[in-house]
Design a protein. Structure first.
Lengths: 113, 115
């Protein structure tokens, strides 16, 4: 069964610090990979996704993620975080041809001004 | 389009009562998902439908939970009888072609509290 692991449950950073959130998925063939974000009081929205092509994917608000197939990873990065990045971040995966989207348990990011 | 619409936004009920959560997906979307979000377990997929047909309900916790999609524009998630451990935020999401990497559009969720 497909699964996703996010090892960082809660990350606290100061503004302007660099960010990297880990995401690993179980092996299962060709994958689609996603990062969703949930700002306080809001519903989930897509941050970025990898479908095919360049393994370095750029998303909204300066976020990017790199798909490393050999490591089954899709880590999220941002070089300089802002207070407004405080949110919960979810990694998700589905296998090509399969509608089922499985989420990790999420990482709560708190940015201190 | 107004997006994915869920109702009610908040539901407070007593243990043993029946709870029905409702979802209207985005028009034209083929797939509909029900997720449950808790602090301890994050986002869990309960069930999803493709073209109104339940495809995978392996995430449904137990027989107290049931979901239906009688047509392309409406789905319900029912809990009968409800228990305090069912307290969570329940999200509905829809997508056009998630198997091709299309994103999910989420509703605002239903915050369920079972006392």
């Amino acid at each position: 069964a497909q699964s996703v692991s996010q090892h960082n449950h809660h990350v606290i950073l100061s503004e302007a610090a660099s960010l990297e959130l880990g995401c690993n998925y179980s092996y299962g063939g060709t994958v689609n990979l996603f990062w969703y974000v949930q700002y306080p009081g809001q519903h989930l929205q897509l941050l970025l996704k990898y479908f095919s092509g360049d393994p370095l994917v750029k998303g909204i608000k300066g976020f990017e993620a790199e798909f490393i197939k050999s490591k089954f990873s899709f880590n999220l990065r941002k070089p300089s975080v802002q207070w407004s990045d405080t949110a919960e971040y979810f990694c998700a995966v589905n296998f090509f041809g399969n509608e089922k989207l499985t989420f990790g348990t999420g990482t709560r990011l708190t940015i201190i001004p | 389009d107004a997006g994915v619409i869920q109702s009610p936004r908040h539901e407070v009920t007593e243990m043993g009562q029946e709870v029905t959560l409702r979802c209207k997906p985005i028009s034209g979307h083929n797939s509909l998902f029900w997720y449950r979000q808790t602090m301890m377990r994050g986002l869990e997929l309960l069930i999803y439908f493709n073209n109104n047909v339940p495809i995978d309900d392996s995430g449904m916790p137990e027989d107290r939970f049931s979901a239906k999609m009688p047509n392309a524009s409406f789905s319900t998630l029912k809990i009968q009888p409800s228990e305090p451990r069912d307290s969570a935020v329940y999200f509905c999401a829809s997508s056009l072609r998630p198997d091709r990497g299309e994103k999910l559009f989420f509703g605002s969720g239903t915050q369920l509290s079972v006392l």
